[in-house]
Design a protein around this ligand. Sequence first.
Ligand SMILES: C[S@@+](CC[C@H](N)C(=O)[O-])C[C@H]1O[C@@H](n2cnc3c(N)ncnc32)[C@H](O)[C@@H]1O
Length: 296
Amino acid sequence: MMIGIDDTRPLAKPAPSPRDGLSPRDFDRLAAIIESHTGIRMPPTKRTMVEGRLRRRLRSLGLPDLNAYCRHVLDGGGLDGELVDLIDAVTTNKTDFFREIDHFRYLMDTAIPALSRLPHHPGRDRPLKIWSAACSTGAEPYTVAMLLLEQERAGTPIRHEIIATDICTEALATARMGIYPADMARMVPGPFASRYLMRSRDPDGATVRLVPPVRQSVRFGRLNVMDPAYPVPTDMDVIFFRNILIYFDKATQKKVLEKLCGHLRPGGCLFIGHSETITSMDLPLKQAGSAIFIRS
Ligand SMILES: C[S@@+](CC[C@H](N)C(=O)[O-])C[C@H]1O[C@@H](n2cnc3c(N)ncnc32)[C@H](O)[C@@H]1O
């Protein structure tokens, strides 16, 4: 319609669109689904964070807003098809190379020498088995891989197998590529960076890539620690389970740790995050250092 110049009526303001957020009821329903599948607690304080992350799903699904997302997932039978992406969207994958570096010092200087004195001499007569059980984008298991490659360079190789698992498929895809923002490379000490990192093909130099020997040292797989059983050997020598317990309530923490203990050999070593505590729990573990435990 043409608007004549003598049409001086003010243009009607568009009606304010309702806030594109999650209603408390929808948030609670999503939170319950997330917690029951992953163990990750979703208190109401996480609502804005969840909304922000789920908005990124709208375009892929061709949906206009979060209400449509909820109708699709919660009422329209779309949950099964969306579950993996929903979980990917709400996990927090913060990680770093050489994060909580004391743990890596302890691993190389104390844990591995002690383990190598145990029956069957892990590292010599059989591979030393290391599991990073919430590996995110891989910085943790790759840090271990670089340290063991250094050991080999020093002429004292340690036979080993590193497996790394996480629930988040996007994080695992990044881990398998071994390509990281250059910012993350700053945490890799100079001599390690010069040997194990290469500039990736990215023309503006914003990313780095791990060299093939590091990438090939780690086997990645998707594993939800809430699953009733883990397809992982029961005689792991070392398990890293760091910076994940904080997302679980006490009962879930204990349940998951009991299962992990079932995969750790006696004398094996468990690392948790420095901000996490399990000392009040009745578990077959003896504390050996800050956030370091030995399986009894
Ligand atoms: C903050 S990151 C910690 C990464 C690494 N361990 C570190 O300390 O740098 C927590 C990881 O736990 C994973 N996670 C959360 N719930 C999980 C579950 N139920 N099973 C397996 N992984 C889970 C997330 O996807 C995320 O990558």
